[in-house]
Design a protein around this ligand. Structure first.
Ligand SMILES: C[S@@+](CC[C@H](N)C(=O)[O-])C[C@H]1O[C@@H](n2cnc3c(N)ncnc32)[C@H](O)[C@@H]1O
Length: 294
């Protein structure tokens, strides 16, 4: 160990135990947002999350790359909505911990007045999001649960922040697979689509079960750690887009998704440090961006 390394240690030379950033943050059990943060190379994770993430990586070595490609889908969807449609406001449910290229940064780089509401049910996300957003009046963060469905939309903070006479970009990226029951998940998205203003869009990515009999081992490892993931078949994921018009390559495998002739400008892989995605060809995750037509 170098002298430099020892500067972060306690006087005894033993690594100090990690401390939660707030009393209500549990760092004894792995959390979804923090495992994902670890895959993205972030720093908002704890030993228990890293152990769980390493278990997943053993069974699914491409999980890190998949997290970045998922993030690229999110970023490109936001850019496309900003450039090609009238959408100037976003509702990002299951937003995750702040990372590089957050939705408000991507949107406001195109129009500084773009407005964003982030929602997540993990209290740690609030701790970090509030610090990040303290000086940005156009972006707010709320602790809330996707399971509350349209009750979320009735929250006064959302009504004050978003203009419900203008289209909204709904982001449900890597979150619907945490709703276990199919009927409940479809009821939530159906109700959200009905409640959003005309001309709104939705971006969804989802963990995939290639067919009804299979369950990829990497996801099984994830579920042993968190007990939270529900995989859906391509047909079941497709149901989330009923009454919508898909853009670009349509509902696609994560590695194959693209905007095609729909515009959106060149791919900027550097911001998400992706490189060669061919390794992800068979990764069991799907995504799609669509206009809500109901
Ligand atoms: C895999 S991360 C995805 C983060 C971000 N959307 C992305 O794709 O880059 C999933 C996030 O959804 C949140 N989450 C899980 N279930 C949720 C629920 N029922 N309501 C709100 N957020 C939820 C987790 O806390 C986590 O931050």
């Amino acid at each position: 160990m170098s002298l430099k390394d020892s500067s972060s240690m306690g006087a005894s030379g033993v690594e100090p135990a990690e401390q939660p950033p707030a009393p209500d943050i549990d760092i004894t059990k792995p959390h979804i947002a923090r495992i994902y943060d670890f895959f993205l190379g972030g720093k908002h994770n704890y030993a228990v999350d890293r152990q769980a993430a390493e278990q997943v990586l053993k069974a699914m070595p491409d999980a890190r790359l998949a997290a970045r490609v998922n993030r690229r889908f999110l970023i490109e969807s936001v850019r496309w909505m900003m450039r090609e449609t009238g959408v100037r406001q976003f509702l990002d449910i299951g937003s995750g911990l702040p990372t590089q290229q957050n939705v408000h940064e991507v949107a406001q780089a195109i129009d500084k007045d773009a407005r964003v509401v982030y929602i997540d049910n993990d209290p740690l996300v609030r701790v970090h999001a509030e610090a990040l957003l303290a000086t940005d009046p156009n972006t707010i963060f709320l602790t809330g649960d996707l399971r509350d469905g349209t009750a979320l939309l009735d929250r006064p903070e959302i009504r004050e922040h978003l203009d419900f006479s203008e289209p909204i970009g709904l982001l449900l990226v890597a979150v619907l697979h945490f709703i276990q029951d199919n009927a409940e998940a479809y009821a939530i998205t159906d109700a959200l689509y009905e409640a959003l203003p005309p001309g709104s869009y939705v971006a969804i990515s989802h963990a995939m079960r290639p067919d009804a009999d299979s369950y990829p081992e990497g996801y099984a490892a994830y579920n042993r750690a968190t007990g939270s993931l529900t995989l859906r078949t391509p047909e079941e994921i497709g149901r989330f887009f009923e009454g919508c018009t898909l853009i670009g390559s349509g509902l696609s495998r994560l590695a194959d998704w693209h905007l095609g002739d729909s515009g959106g400008g060149p791919r900027d892989d550097e911001v998400t440090a992706i490189g060669d995605t061919s390794a992800l060809k068979d990764f069991p995750g799907m995504c799609g961006l669509a206009r809500i037509d109901r």
